[in-house]
Design a binder for this molecule. Structure first.
Ligand code: PYC
Length: 333
């Protein structure tokens, strides 16, 4: 057996969505902040991200997280998120996977009934409170980065001429949020190709007309996620399909999307603070969220979201690269 590298991983899934947690083999990525490390890795080590996420080691909806020493003194671990589609500033399901792996592999000191882990992410500090019973992580509650509505009832014109009305909100990534029935489509997995095509068409229109940019960090930009909610959804219980660039659905209820949705509902006056909000994914799995308070981001009103979900470890692996492998960066079909 020969290999040019050995990447150690603990694979997990959060409410159905994979997180491949890279626990060794990469070392400390250059950069004074976790966002600088994200940008450095994107620029210089994208071959490793591709190898880990693309086929044949990954698949078209693969997602992962590279563990790092924190770049800030007030955090326990740092995280750089990786996906088939790129490098997210923050990923909620991925962070629930990371916190579960850290507890269950003993990479943090485990305290029962709650182990608190402070994570340095490219979007800011995220606090994970892991409910632990007999050494097992039962659920993870995250206190996410400040989230805010960018605009309500915005209009976009799609390439085929259709006009669509949507809300835009930030929850660690930017999300366009709108009812699925604006596209005349049922909330039915048998129509997933049409639902995905609708989400991607809206993303293209938004990024072409008015690409969103984070007011405090211009490296966080673009709308790559479209939250299409099902008929009957409301500010207490919502079901949705989350279409993600370049063409896949989140299997989990999407943590940053749940945060953005709560910020949007709060901006609409529909979700007060400290009120439970259940967000359901396209496969029927759930996160339970609530808003813990209000704040400001660059002078605009923002909220402090938290949400709870569960993750399970699915395996451990050492990913190798044979020097004669014809697909050193994998491939996307
Ligand atoms: O849970 O934040 C999330 C997420 C983003 C993309 C996929 N999952």
């Amino acid at each position: 057996m020969r290999s040019r590298l050995v990447l150690h991983a603990v694979d997990s899934h959060t409410e159905g969505m994979p997180t491949r947690v890279i626990t060794g083999g990469i070392g400390t990525i250059p950069g004074a902040t976790m966002n600088e490390r994200r940008l450095y890795f994107r620029e210089h080590r994208d071959d490793i991200k591709q190898l880990l996420m693309n086929e044949p080691r990954g698949h078209s909806a693969m997602s992962g997280a590279i563990l790092q020493p924190p770049a800030r003194a007030d955090c326990d671990w740092g995280v750089v998120y990786i996906e088939v589609s790129g490098y997210l500033p923050m990923c909620g399901h991925g962070t629930i996977g990371v916190a579960t792996v850290l507890v269950e592999t003993g990479m943090v000191e485990v305290v029962e009934p709650v182990t608190t882990i402070r994570l340095d992410t490219p979007a800011g500090v995220v606090v994970a409170e892991v409910a632990v019973e007999g050494g097992a992580a039962r659920s993870v509650t995250l206190r996410n980065v400040p989230s805010f509505a960018v605009g309500l009832d915005r209009k976009a014109v799609l390439a085929d001429g259709r006009s669509v009305t949507y809300d835009l909100a930030y929850g660690g990534n930017f999300y366009a949020i709108l009812p699925l029935d604006q596209f005349g489509l049922p909330f039915d997995r048998s129509r997933k190709d049409d639902i995905l095509a609708a989400g991607l068409a809206l993303m293209d229109a938004i990024n072409a007309e008015d690409e969103p940019v984070h007011p405090e960090d211009p490296s966080i930009r673009g709308c790559h996620h479209v939250h299409l909610y099902a008929p009957g959804s409301n500010a207490r219980h919502s079901r949705h399909a989350m279409a993600i660039h370049p063409g896949w659905f989140d299997r989990s209820p999407c943590g940053t999307g749940t945060s953005a949705r709560m910020a949007q509902l709060h901006a609409r006056g529909e979700l007060p603070l400290h009120t439970e909000f259940v967000n359901e994914s396209f496969i029927g799995t759930r996160f339970t969220g609530r808003l813990l308070g209000t704040t400001e981001v660059a002078g605009r009103p923002a909220v402090l979201p938290s949400f709870t979900g569960r993750a399970w470890i699915t395996g451990t692996a050492q990913y190798l690269l044979d020097p004669e492998d014809p697909f050193p960066a994998g491939f996307v079909l």
